[in-house]
Design a protein around this ligand. Structure first.
Ligand code: ARG
Length: 268
């Protein structure tokens, strides 16, 4: 029996969302983005979390930071400890301080800004008492020692090899403490062997579903929110006893992000 547990999320409304630079292969500054539609799609996602019984906090969007809607990149929070992001690209650098202040102002005791580049939950996926840590494009491999020391959790390093799947959360999703879904071709041969050994029962995504950002999903242990175009994953999840909730994130996809990117989980 699968069971949902109540979650606490932090989201950022896409008030200043646009694609004005390209820092991943999905971003095309020459292609228009429908800002109103982006807001409506984001609103729907927030409402869905509330309908599922979760708590959603908001952080104020900052003008001039069009990618700030991708809250997952702002920090990693486990056991109430906050590891703040340090962005790879100058275009997003100032987001880190907005997230640092948000947590500091709300009395989180340990809010740490590390030296190494890390893009929060974009690359770090807590899974029970372990953290799956992606590297290859954004977060430094050097981050992993610090990650282990800060949280006191076991860290499993996973190397990404396809630039379209530049963050771990575009290639893998934690469904519950024991179950993940992932796209094999996004990982190095060594990392794939690690994943196969750790999760022999994993849900495997097809290329089509991975390209539809189907792995950029959010699970509460039962309900899995994911892009509606990931049809293969939607039926596979249902067969495995999960309850998929499909949403349209077409505008956010133009920046190379979807459901998970918009959602930072606060774990107490
Ligand atoms: N345009 C953003 C970037 O390239 C998208 C971030 C998506 N976030 C994520 N968690 N994968 O940084």
């Amino acid at each position: 029996m699968r069971e949902a547990t109540k979650r606490h999320y932090l989201m950022c409304p896409p008030a200043h969302f646009e694609v004005s630079y390209a820092i991943n292969p999905w971003m095309r500054p020459d292609k228009p983005v429908d800002a109103e539609l982006a807001m409506a799609q984001w609103e729907r996602l927030r409402e869905l979390y509330l309908e599922l019984g979760h708590e959603v906090d908001l952080i104020d969007p900052v003008e001039g930071l069009p990618d700030m809607v991708f809250a997952a990149n702002g920090a990693t929070v486990v056991d109430g400890k906050v590891l703040v992001a340090r962005f790879r690209h100058e275009e997003r650098a100032a987001e880190a301080d907005a997230y640092r202040s948000w947590f500091a102002e709300r009395g989180y005791a340990e809010v740490h800004v590390p030296e190494y580049v890390n893009e929060g939950e974009g690359d770090f996926a807590p899974a029970g008492r372990r953290i799956l840590a992606g590297t290859g494009f954004r977060s430094d491999a050097a981050a992993h020692e610090g990650l282990k020391a800060f949280f006191g959790l076991h860290v499993v390093v996973l190397t990404l090899v396809d630039p379209r799947f530049y963050h771990l959360d575009t290639a893998l999703c934690v469904l519950d403490d024991e179950t993940v879904m992932y796209y094999p071709a996004a990982f190095s041969v060594e990392s794939l062997a690690v994943l196969r050994a750790l999760y022999p029962e994993a849900v495997i995504a097809s290329r089509e579903d991975a390209e539809a950002f189907g792995l950029n999903a959010v699970s509460d242990g039962l309900n899995v929110v994911l892009p509606e175009t990931a049809t293969g994953l939607i039926s596979e999840l249902r067969e495995r006893g999960f309850v998929p909730h499909a949403v349209d994130t077409s505008e956010l996809l133009k920046a190379g992000g979807s459901v998970k990117c918009c959602t930072l989980e606060i774990r107490r």
